[in-house]
Design a protein around this ligand. Sequence first.
Ligand code: F6P
Length: 406
Amino acid sequence: MPGKDEKLYIVMIGLPARGKSTLALRMQETFKRNQIPTRIFNNGNLRRQYRVADTSFADFYRPDNVEAVELRRRFALINMQRAKAYLADKGQVAILDATNVSRERRALIESELKDHPILYIECLNDDQDILHLSILEKVKGPEFAHFSPHDAVNEFLKRIEYYEMIYSALSPERNYIRMDSLHNRILEEKVVDAIPLYSRIRDFLVTDVVKNLFLIRHTETFYNVQDRIGGDPSLTPRGVAQAKALGRFFMNRRISYIFTSKKIRTIQTAERIAEAQKDCTIIPLCEFNEIDGGVCEGMTYQEIQEQMPSVYSAREADKYSYIYPGGEGYASMKQRIEVGIKKAFYLNRHADNIMIIGHRAVNRMILAHFLYRRDEDVPYIYVPQDKFYHIAATQDKKLFELRKYE
Ligand code: F6P
């Protein structure tokens, strides 16, 4: 049983749909795997369970709705009592999962929970695309079933606005980590007390968790056999056979989503794999489109060397930073690839296996995200068509393997 000074309250902070609950769940999973008894106390679950009022309406979150404010305060208090009882018993970490955005609420927590240190973890994320996707996901819940999708989104946005009105920045609190929850980056930290498990928590927060990522390059195309770059070619018969072999290889693994680019070659590869699955959705994302070769699109490397020698030699000299005239370069693709990775991971966050079918340059950038290669080495990462990368990255496991599928 954990000792008294090994126990800890973690209090989540953040506007609705900022990734608090996902982070709390992953943290609980990781701690439990390491024999650290952890439990989440979620105010939203309590509110939905008691159904004292129809809490799907934004009005319930209006800061001047006296009755509702009192109800929400009561739910928060119930969870504080439960968390306290849990730590007094066998628990080691109690995670209070709620918005907790006002100083007033945090003062209440501090006055109720004096027996063990409190670490606040604030989740920030203002990426509008991800926020939109998160809200669409939230309003699929049964509590919004009586609204039209459009009205449900509006109620949720209004709810966020009400929380924004009472948001107070962390400052007098003794221990906190402010997180960019989309990029798993720590923005600010302050630790006054001795916080049990601190380095473990900190490391967990900055780890990109992916249980199984299958990173595949589209199979052979008519351009590949001619050594032409870019364009939107189809698979050759050999490419189709390779894609079918991939389908057979993954037949017994559950793949719910396959993320591809918007190019025919990645979608055709995905279709063969999806055919061998029971229920699999292909999601084409433009963020995973191949590097734009600009004026060189459709040319062979030899043609570029002969017809545009200055382009060829400038790219050879600094392949990572070089930008094709009218097109892109590795460095300039970085941001959109990062967005693609985040979107794919977010949409797939409840599943264990994630599959991305990309292109040579795109897959190099995705690999670089996990491999921490020097920039100048990224454009040379080996990305064959007869093998795929299997990546697993959690706090306890880092796996990288290049595997054959035939
Ligand atoms: O040849 C296939 C391809 O995906 C091209 O479309 C793309 O321009 C190229 O590979 C990227 O590789 P590199 O940066 O080595 O030219």
